[in-house]
Design a protein around this ligand. Structure first.
Ligand code: DGT
Ligand code: CA
Ligand code: CA
Ligand code: ZN
Length: 582
């Protein structure tokens, strides 16, 4: 059982515990589930090498949970889980996907209406049975129906960032097949879409039959759908399909171009080829019978009179015209970030200490991070009040002295993820805000306000001279929560006016603001940041998903404040903070 599977069961345990009114237990399961998700090494390996002792060394894993994990690794389940599942035998995680359905509701729905899964829930809602229940009502029923529709629409697709590690692992394994010369994951994965429908693998290799035989035996494969010499399709254990296709070296560029898509982009390219009296297919670019390009993608674009188009832009969203005119932006690169402006620690709901987060960020090549623990209005996360923030600032100052003494260039900045209250004010007093190096503000409550109220709320926050960055502006969660209603035109206007930075939250199922908004910000000179929103060390790796989203939004280095040195970044904030002390 891999970390993802273990993490998922423990997450389910959190929900089951909450149904049993075991709030304390629920929080513990939630925490450990999250930290396993971001661990960076497989628990199975840890256990294999060092036994239970190895598990106990991992922060957040106590004796109890270590026992459960051992049992999960050895038997695929554990006693407490089995008992609860027997008592409440429902698809908890499936039902919780629906906005407006929490653990307590799941229990009530099961006990009163025997609702086990999404289908049951939909039928009951349509028959108006849910409104009859205590604590539900007509409005909730309507919300549940809308929620189900939303889940179904995104159904079957997976959030790319959450499964990319597994896809890459598979890629590495295929690379090791003796007959394989090259492997590229194409399709929506290469275009870095937020969610993907399947995994398209392209291979250059000598012995297709043997490659296919090895492919179907990968441990990630659940079952075979169709096996052939050119193409083999399998269902993966992560709940998504994968196609593997084998090509020869001299046609690989054309194949890569075709199978990277998007379909809309491909159609335009073929049209352009046709207008030039050429023919483009997945085997090459042809003039009559003669192949004039196909070995590389660059060659194909060149022969079509286009500059090279990065995969993230290939959506027929203006990139073809820009490439014809030589006006494509020079996108921010995957190695371009110098800092991370949203990091949670064990001072609130994060799992690692300030120093641990800093050390990890340093190892990853960053030059600075901002510590942004939650503040007091978010009581569930143990948010800091003014006193505790001041205490934390003192701690950060000490750690910076230590860094200086050790002659490290790395710096830790004093920040916070404050809460935007219902009326747009901030839950921390101005005096304390003024002491912070970087102030982030975010919506964590009152999601349901009308578009007008919500917009005015955020605008008031952006006009607050202390607030530098709006974190995850829309609060969407991909496949789960649509996010708040905002008049984005007004938001952009005021962001520009006030110099407020809009964050691209890189957490894989957030990616908020999304690419279509990034593009508008980039066009209008509204500054953005790309932040991991890390709650554990390994989450800092999520930055790449934020960069991908920024690239899909045509963003350049100049648009992203933390693609710059600490000095420069600070000078781009609206308060224009003094940088002398660093
Ligand atoms: P997905 O899998 O839904 O996340 O999205 P894609 O873009 O990976 O789509 P997929 O897997 O169906 O096909 C991979 C690429 O192959 C696609 O981006 C473009 C190309 N392709 C597939 N079918 C067609 C087609 O009928 N016409 C054209 N022009 N290209 C196609
Ligand atoms: Ca695909
Ligand atoms: Ca496909
Ligand atoms: Zn948090």
């Amino acid at each position: 059982m891999n970390n993802r599977e273990i993490s998922k069961i423990l997450y389910e345990m959190a929900a089951l515990s909450r149904m049993e009114d075991e709030e304390f237990k629920a929080r513990a399961y939630e925490r450990v589930s999250q930290s396993i998700d971001g661990l960076g090494r497989e628990l199975e390996d840890v256990y294999g090498k060092k036994g239970v002792g190895g598990l106990l060394e991992i922060p957040g894993i106590g004796k109890n949970i270590a026992g459960h994990i051992t049992s999960l690794i050895e038997k695929g389940t554990f006693q407490e889980y089995k008992i609860l599942k027997k008592k409440i035998p429902v698809d908890v995680l499936g039902l919780l996907q629906v906005e407006g359905v929490g653990p307590k509701n799941v229990k009530a729905l099961w006990e009163n209406l025997k609702i086990k899964n999404l289908d049951d829930l939909e039928i009951a809602a349509k028959r108006k049975r849910i409104r009859e229940l205590e604590n539900f009502g007509e409005k909730t029923e309507e919300k549940i129906l809308a929620g189900i529709e939303f889940v179904r629409k995104s159904g079957g697709r997976k959030v790319l960032g959450l499964i990319l590690p597994e896809i890459r692992k598979m890629e590495e394994e295929i690379k090791k097949f003796p007959d394989v010369e090259r492997v590229v994951i194409a399709g929506s994965v290469r275009r870095r879409r937020e969610t993907i429908g399947d995994v398209d693998i392209l291979v250059v290799g000598k012995n297709p039959k043997k490659i296919m035989d090895q492919f179907i035996q990968l441990s990630e494969v659940d079952h075979i759908i169709a096996k052939g010499e050119k193409k083999t399709s399998v269902a993966l254990k992560i709940g998504i399909n994968s196609d593997l296709r084998v090509f020869s070296e001299d046609e690989f560029g054309a194949a890569l171009n075709y199978f990277t898509g998007s379909q809309a982009h491909n159609i335009r390219l073929r049209q352009i080829a046709k207008e030039k009296g050429l023919k483009l297919s997945e085997y090459g670019l042809f003039k009559g019978k003669k192949k004039i390009a196909g070995k590389t993608e660059e060659g194909i674009y060149e022969k079509l009179g286009l500059s090279y188009i990065e995969p993230e832009l290939r959506e027929d969203a203006g990139e073809i015209e820009a490439a014809q005119e030589g006006k494509l932006p020079r996108l921010i690169g995957y190695g371009d970030l110098k800092g991370d402006l949203q990091i949670q620690t064990d001072w609130t709901d994060g799992h690692h200490s300030i120093w641990e987060m800093a050390t990890y960020a340093m190892e990853e090549g960053l030059e600075y991070i901002v510590i942004t623990d939650h503040t007091k209005d978010l009581a569930v996360a143990g948010g800091s009040d003014e006193k505790r923030l001041l205490e934390q600032m003192g701690e950060i100052d000490k750690l910076n002295s230590r860094l200086k003494k050790e002659k490290k260039k790395f710096r830790i900045l004093r920040g916070a993820e404050t809460n935007i209250l219902k009326d747009g004010s901030i839950d921390i007093d101005d005096k304390t805000l003024a002491k912070l190096d970087v102030v982030g503000a975010a919506i964590h409550k009152n999601f349901e306000l009308s578009r007008k109220e919500q917009t005015e709320r955020v605008i008031k926050t952006m006009k607050n001279p202390h607030v530098d960055i709006i974190f995850h502006l829309t609060t969407r969660v991909i496949g789960k929560r649509r996010g708040v209603e905002l008049d984005m035109e007004r938001i952009f206007e005021v962001a520009k006016q006030t110099g407020t930075v809009l964050e691209i939250d890189a957490f894989p199922d957030r990616l908020d603001i999304a690419a279509q908004y990034v593009r508008i910000c980039a066009e209008r000179g509204i500054k953005m940041s790309i932040d991991s929103d890390a709650h554990a060390k390994a989450h800092i790796d999520y930055l790449e998903h934020g960069i991908a989203e920024a690239r899909r939004g045509w963003a350049q280095k100049k648009d992203i404040i933390n693609a710059h040195s600490l000095e420069k970044m600070l000078s781009m904030l609206k308060g224009k903070k003094s940088t002398g002390k660093f």
